[in-house]
Design a protein around this ligand. Structure first.
Ligand SMILES: Cc1cc2nc3c(=O)[nH]c(=O)nc-3n(C[C@H](O)[C@H](O)[C@H](O)COP(=O)(O)OP(=O)(O)OC[C@H]3O[C@@H](n4cnc5c(N)ncnc54)[C@H](O)[C@@H]3O)c2cc1C
Ligand code: FES
Length: 278
């Protein structure tokens, strides 16, 4: 039976900076030694709304990057889209505001033992955890290529410093306002064949993850995806976040994406059954 991430701890953590980047906010939080325990793919659950709020549920955010050598002690970066009540509150908080966080939560991306060519695919703010992952894969000696996609330019999150850890970065927008016009999934099959890609890592909307799985399955390539199923508790208690996943023996179980994920083997997720009762 899966359990909550063993390294998870609750912490009062001050915001170091909050900068607007396109439609997103890059928020850096001082988390001290906890930064050493966070791995690419893990997420943080943040209490939103302040003391007088009626917002009971913590909101989950992918940990974009951590720094253990920062001037402020260990820091954690998240990329937040001001979407509903909770995320808008978070994006409005400035330097010095103390956040109540629980981290690191969930599973992490698996890192290949050999330096193999890998492809990273991010949709919208789904690119956030991929930059920290790219740094780790780069340090392992992997060739790292990246594809970022969104409906329009302002929804692309592609920080300049992120490009340092990748061999190439291509951007796709559906309206053609940045990079090439089209979907981020369009070039994947060709890139896998041309670069002999061993692993595809992805994070973004479920429809994108499902479309990538079709391609990776047809080419027998490993696909590790970080799912973003709606979460209420984030610690394995409420079953809000379950997804149908195939077991070793071929049966299908509803697994909790907050503790069995968010990183999952794309080929095991039963995408056609997501949202349906088994
Ligand atoms: C693993 C993970 C990583 C994420 N990473 C990011 C990120 O990097 N950046 C980012 O901007 N957002 C991210 N999100 C989305 C984020 O957690 C919030 O859902 C989003 O910001 C909207 O929250 P809100 O408070 O603005 O919206 P609101 O509409 O005010 O609240 C949405 C809240 O309701 C909960 N909810 C939704 N459906 C149900 C349901 N059926 N039952 C119970 N509760 C439900 C959601 O989990 C969320 O807590 C991530 C989500 C997950 C699960
Ligand atoms: S969010 Fe409650 S079990 Fe996953």
């Amino acid at each position: 039976m899966s359990q909550i991430n063993k390294s998870a701890a609750q912490l009062l953590a001050p915001i170091v900076s909050n900068k607007r980047v396109g439609q997103y906010h890059q928020i850096i939080i001082n988390v001290g030694d906890l930064a050493n325990l966070c791995k690419p793919g893990n997420f943080v659950a943040i209490n939103v709304g302040g003391d007088s709020s009626s917002m009971i549920l913590r909101r989950a955010f992918a940990i974009s990057r951590v720094s253990v050598n920062s001037t402020f002690g260990g820091t954690m970066e998240i990329i937040a889209a001001p979407h509903g009540q909770g995320s808008k509150w978070l994006c409005a908080q400035g330097e010095g505001v103390v956040l109540d966080i629980v981290a690191p939560l969930g599973t992490a991306f698996g890192i290949p033992t050999e330096p193999v060519p890998v492809l990273l695919v991010g949709g919208g703010y789904g690119s956030a955890p991929l930059f920290g992952l790219a740094e780790v894969l780069n340090a392992r000696g992997c060739r790292v290529d990246m594809l970022l996609g969104a409906s329009t330019a302002s929804k692309i999150y592609a920080p300049m410093e992120g490009k340092r850890a990748v061999n190439s970065m291509r951007i796709y927008t559906e309206d053609g306002s940045m990079g090439q016009a089209g979907r981020v999934t369009d070039p994947i099959a060709e890139i896998i064949k041309d670069l002999d890609i061993a692993v595809v890592y992805s994070c973004g909307p479920m429809a994108m993850l499902s479309a990538i799985t079709k391609i990776t399955d047809s080419l027998s390539v490993v696909h590790q995806c970080a799912v973003e199923e709606a979460m209420a508790c984030g610690i394995g208690v409420c079953m809000t976040c379950v997804l149908p996943v195939e077991n070793e023996d071929g049966t299908v179980s509803m697994l909790r994406s907050c503790i069995d994920g968010p990183v999952m083997d794309g080929s095991k997720v039963q995408w056609s059954l997501v949202g349906k009762q088994l």
